[in-house]
Design a protein around this ligand. Structure first.
Ligand code: ADP
Ligand code: MG
Length: 275
């Protein structure tokens, strides 16, 4: 039983469906994070989703992806035991720092792209990329990024677009998901484009109070680079954002291509603007 093996400590995070707490192995005293989901009200479908989340996480071993060790079911709760990540969410870091320099943003996006590329290579589409699901390995500057929360991830062999259903977080949804069209891996690159835009200026490319109105501007790919804050931002990164926020998913840049973009792989020369 989980609680025989681990002592549960303070809360370290919260999601829409779960609470995440620190825990300590009673035997080795090693610290972990445990994602706890109450299962008493769950349907059979919900259980299948939990199984899928565990299956997906377990096959993804990568330096930029949070590692799942084990899962337990005990007394109306489902426990997922992960490595404890202590630097908090990228979201909180953006809020405290307001925005990143191009060099920092390039380093950050490169790690996110490495994680996404690894997911896609393993036939996993994350579907919920956003700063709340990207964790910092420590509080140190330049801490490694770890992708978390595979709760909405799907398994999809190949690149053929299919009807996987409406899922994600409003501001990060791609036009094809909003239009209820078939989709696949490109949805993740759209979300990376939104994250990159936010990193550079601290506000999102698409924003409306009303979700319906926001979906309209997303569907049209209507965003801009307002003056003065974008004036000093490099041409190269705007070009990279444009290739991610490309409305037609078949023309959108892939993770492998984005990793070869000069703003990512030739950072010292290209992503140098202080901004
Ligand atoms: P949900 O599926 O409910 O959104 P998440 O997996 O995103 O749950 O976890 C919720 C929050 O808990 C995250 O946004 C993060 O702040 C925190 N968290 C998740 N996993 C870990 C971990 N391994 N170490 C530390 N904090 C974590
Ligand atoms: Mg989450």
């Amino acid at each position: 039983m989980f609680t025989d093996l681990y002592e549960i400590r303070e809360e370290v995070g919260k999601g829409a469906f779960s609470v995440v707490k620190k825990c300590v192995s009673r035997k080795t005293k090693q610290e972990f994070a445990v994602k706890i989901i109450t299962t008493s009200k769950l349907t059979k479908r919900d259980f299948e989703k939990l199984e899928r989340e565990a299956r997906v996480c377990q096959k993804l071993r990568h330096k930029n992806i949070v590692r799942l060790h084990e899962t337990f079911d005990q007394g109306g709760c489902h426990y997922m035991l992960f490595d404890l990540i202590t630097g908090g969410e990228l979201f909180e870091d953006i809020v405290t720092r307001e925005y990143y320099s191009e060099r920092e943003a390039s380093r950050c996006i490169q790690q996110i792209l490495e994680a996404v590329q690894f997911c896609h290579k393993n036939d996993v589409v994350h579907r919920d990329l956003k700063p709340e699901n990207l964790l910092l390995d420590s509080k140190r500057p330049n801490a490694a990024i770890k992708l978390a929360d595979f709760g909405l991830a799907i398994e999809s062999q190949g690149n053929k677009a299919e009807h996987f259903g409406f899922a994600g977080t409003p501001g990060y949804l791609s036009p094809e998901v909003i239009k209820k069209e078939k989709y696949n891996k490109p949805v993740d690159l759209w979300a990376v484009g939104v994250i990159l835009y936010i990193l550079l200026v601290g506000y999102p490319p698409f924003w409306e109070e009303d979700a319906k109105a926001m979906y309209e501007i997303i569907k049209e790919g209507k965003y801009s680079y307002p003056s003065p804050e974008w004036d000093t931002v490099s041409r190269e990164v705007k070009q990279l954002i444009d290739s991610m926020l490309q409305v037609d998913p078949s023309k959108r840049i892939t993770a492998v291509e984005a990793l070869r973009h000069p703003w990512i792989c030739n950072r010292e020369k290209v992503a140098n603007a202080v901004h």
